[in-house]
Design a protein around this ligand. Structure first.
Ligand SMILES: C[S@@+](CC[C@H](N)C(=O)[O-])C[C@H]1O[C@@H](n2cnc3c(N)ncnc32)[C@H](O)[C@@H]1O
Length: 579
C-alpha cells in the first residue's frame, strides 16, 4: 500500500491494522511504535496518524514521484549499503551511535542496525518527507520481524541538513562511539543555481566555519563536499568512523584541504566503486572512510572496493600533493623547474576551413571542398590522437599557418600567395564567426599558439587530452616542420640529437615515475603546462651515463651527450626559451 508517498510493507500494514484504534491518539500509537522499534515520535501530529488511518480504510493510493534533481538523489541500493556498513563495522567494533545526515530511504540505517546489537542511538535526517516515512516504516518492519533484537533510541527527522544543529547533536553524543555513515546529495551549487534551487547552505553558514572558505571560494563546489565538511568539523572529536559514498573529486579535495583544515582524521581510505553498476551514472565515486579523533594525517590509501586490491596512496608528501607517495619518493629529485618552456600547439577555432587533407595532389577542407593552395603556408598537423607512437614524421591532416607570431599582419598573404588569400578570403565568414575574444581586433585569419618555437624542426610532444605520459619525437617531413594542435604540448629543437636526448630523458623510467606520481588518474586535463614545467632536465640528465644511453639513440656520440649537458647546465639558473 502507498501512504505518505511511500510504499508500506505488509508487516507494517498488519501492525497498524492490529493497532488501528490507537491511530485515533497519535501519542498512544507513538508509544507502541517506540516499544517495538525504538523510533521516537513516529507520527509528529494527529493529522499524520489520521492520514494513515484513512489510507488503511481506503487501502490504496497512487502518487507520482516529483523531479528530485535538486536533491542530488541517488539512493544507495540495499546490497551496497550492507557492504559499506559491514566494512565500517570491520574497521571498528562497538559503535553506539549512528548518524546518517541525509538518510533518504534509510538503507544505510537499516544496514547498520543489522550489523550490531549494541547500538544506543540512531539519528537520520532527510529533507524529503516520503523518504522519512519510508525509512521509519523500514525500521519498524525490521523490528516487527526481529522482535528480540536490542532497540536503540531512533530519531528519523524530517529536516534540512544545512540547518540541522549538528553541533548540538555532537555535544549530546560526545561519549558514544560514533559511525557517521551515508551518501550525501550528488549535486553541485552551480547545477542548483541553474535550476534556481534553494537547496543550498545559507551563505552565513559558511562563515561560521574556517574550513569552508576553501570550497566556497571555488566557484563550483559539491554539496556532498559541504556536508562532509560539516560532519568532519562537528564529529572530529568523537571516537569512531566517518564513512561516506562520495565523488572521487570530493575525496581529493578533502585530502588536499586537510593540509589547512587539519581535521583529527587518519588512516583514510578511498575505496573505488562502480557507479555505473551501483547508481547507473557515469561519475567516478568511492567510499571514503576515515578514523575520527586521531592524530591528523594527510594521505589516503586508494583501493578497489570489491576486491580490496591496493592501488596507491595519495596526498601530502614532502610538502607536495601527489598521486603516489611511493613513486614520488623514488622520483622526487626530478621535481623542479624545466629549463625548456613547454608550449601548447596551434589554435585557430576554424577547423572546417583551416584543417585540410591531402587527396590525389590537392587539398580537401572540412567542408568537403577541393582546393588549390601554394604550399608555403601549409604544414602537416598532429593532434593528441596522433601522438601514440614513439616517433613520427607523418601526418593525416594539414593546416594553414597564417602568422609567425601572435598578432602579425596578414596582408602579405594577399600580396604573395594569391591562391591562399583567395581561399581564406572566400571563407572569411568562418573566421569572423569565431566567438573567443582572443580573435577580436586581430588581423584577418589570425591564429594563436604560434611563435618562433612553432617552427623548430624537431619536437618532443605529448597529448594533453589523454592520460598517457608517453612522449613522441616529431621530425620534419620533406624538410618542413610538423605542427601540433592546441591539445598537445611540446618543446622544440633544431638539432636532431638534442631532441633525441630530451625525448629519451622524458620517456626514461625516472621521469615517467615522477609524472605518474603527480598526475591524478581521474582528473581532467591532468597533463598540462604546470605539470610539464616541473620536469627538471638537469636532474634527469644526471641520472644517466652516456654509456647507458648510447644504445638507445642511434649514432649518439660522447660529444652530443656533453653538448646536451652543457646546454642545460649553462641555463639552469635562468629558465630558457630555446625558441
Ligand atoms: C544521494 S541521496 C542518498 C540517500 C541515502 N543517504 C542513501 O545513501 O541511500 C541524497 C539524499 O539527500 C537528500 N537531501 C538532499 N538535500 C538535502 C538537505 N538539504 N537536507 C537533508 N537531506 C537532503 C535527498 O533527498 C536524498 O535522499
Amino acid at each position: 500500500m502507498i501512504c505518505f508517498e511511500t510504499h508500506i510493507t505488509n508487516s507494517s500494514l498488519k501492525f497498524f491494522q492490529k493497532n488501528l484504534k490507537t491511530l485515533f491518539d497519535f501519542n498512544q500509537i507513538n508509544n507502541i511504535v517506540r516499544e517495538v522499534s525504538g523510533i521516537n515520535t513516529f507520527f509528529t501530529s494527529q493529522e499524520e496518524a489520521t492520514e494513515l488511518l484513512e489510507k488503511l480504510k481506503e487501502n490504496s493510493s497512487i502518487v507520482s514521484e516529483p523531479n528530485r534533481r535538486e536533491y542530488g538523489d541517488f539512493q544507495t541500493n540495499e546490497n551496497l549499503a550492507e557492504q559499506v556498513a559491514k566494512y565500517a563495522f570491520l574497521k571498528q567494533k562497538g559503535f553506539e551511535f549512528i548518524l546518517e545526515p541525509t538518510c533518504g530511504k534509510g538503507n544505510f540505517i537499516l544496514a547498520s542496525i543489522k550489523q550490531s546489537n549494541s547500538l544506543k542511538k540512531i539519528v537520520g535526517v532527510e529533507i524529503y518527507q516520503p523518504y522519512v516515512w519510508e525509512t521509519k516504516f523500514k525500521i519498524l518492519d525490521y523490528y516487527l520481524i526481529n522482535k528480540e533484537t536490542n532497540k536503540p533510541e531512533i530519531d528519523i527527522i524530517h529536516g534540512n541538513a544545512f540547518e540541522f544543529d549538528y553541533n548540538q547533536l555532537a555535544k549530546s553524543t560526545s561519549d558514544l562511539k560514533t559511525l557517521v555513515i551515508g551518501n550525501p546529495p550528488w549535486v553541485t551549487n552551480s547545477e542548483l543555481g541553474s535550476i534556481d534551487s534553494k537547496n543550498l547552505p545559507k551563505k552565513s553558514n559558511f562563515k561560521k566555519h574556517s574550513g569552508f572558505e576553501a570550497i566556497t571560494g571555488k566557484g563550483n563546489f559539491d554539496i556532498g563536499e559541504y556536508i562532509s565538511l560539516i560532519m568532519l568539523k562537528s564529529f572530529e572529536n568523537h571516537n569512531g568512523i566517518f564513512a561516506f559514498l562520495i565523488k572521487n573529486s570530493v575525496v581529493k579535495n578533502l585530502i588536499q584541504d586537510q593540509k589547512r583544515n587539519c581535521f583529527k582524521i587518519s588512516n583514510s581510505e578511498k575505496l573505488n566503486i562502480d557507479s555505473k553498476k551501483e547508481f547507473n551514472v557515469s561519475v567516478n565515486a568511492c567510499l571514503f572512510l576515515t578514523h575520527l579523533n586521531t592524530k591528523p594525517d594527510f594521505t589516503c590509501k586508494e583501493l578497489d572496493f570489491y576486491s580490496q586490491e591496493y592501488l596507491t596512496t595519495f596526498g601530502w608528501y614532502k610538502e607536495k600533493f601527489v598521486f603516489s607517495v611511493s613513486d614520488y619518493d623514488e622520483s622526487s629529485i626530478i621535481d623542479g623547474k624545466s629549463i625548456f618552456t613547454w608550449r601548447s600547439g596551434v589554435k585557430h577555432d576554424c577547423s572546417k576551413v583551416m584543417e585540410l587533407e591531402s587527396v590525389n595532389g590537392h587539398y580537401v577542407n572540412g567542408l568537403g571542398e577541393e582546393i588549390n593552395l601554394e604550399k608555403k603556408l601549409v604544414f602537416g598537423l598532429l593532434k593528441s590522437s596522433d601522438l601514440k607512437t614513439d616517433k613520427t614524421n607523418t601526418y593525416r591532416k594539414l593546416t594553414i599557418i597564417t602568422q609567425k607570431k601572435i598578432g602579425q599582419e596578414t596582408n602579405y598573404i594577399k600580396e604573395n600567395l594569391p591562391l591562399t588569400y583567395q581561399y581564406l578570403n572566400s571563407h572569411k565568414e568562418y573566421f569572423d564567426k569565431r566567438k573567443s575574444s582572443i580573435y577580436k581586433n586581430k588581423p584577418n585569419f589570425s591564429i594563436f599558439g604560434i611563435g618562433d618555437y612553432s617552427f623548430a624542426e624537431y619536437k618532443v610532444a605529448i597529448s594533453g587530452l589523454y592520460k598517457s605520459t608517453h612522449f613522441t619525437l616529431v621530425s620534419p617531413k620533406d624538410s618542413k616542420t610538423i605542427m601540433l594542435d592546441d591539445t598537445c604540448y611540446f618543446i622544440g629543437f633544431d638539432n636532431h640529437k638534442m631532441a633525441q636526448i630530451a625525448h629519451f630523458l622524458v620517456n626514461s623510467d625516472l621521469v615517467q615515475k615522477f609524472l605518474k606520481s603527480i598526475i591524478f588518474s581521474d582528473s581532467k586535463r591532468s597533463i598540462n603546462k604546470d605539470t610539464l614545467m616541473r620536469i627538471d632536465f638537469e636532474r634527469a640528465f644526471e641520472n644517466y651515463e652516456f654509456e647507458n644511453v648510447k644504445d638507445f639513440i642511434s649514432d649518439l656520440t660522447h660529444e652530443h651527450w656533453k653538448e646536451f649537458g652543457e646546454m642545460i647546465k649553462n641555463n639552469v639558473n635562468e629558465q630558457i626559451t630555446l625558441f
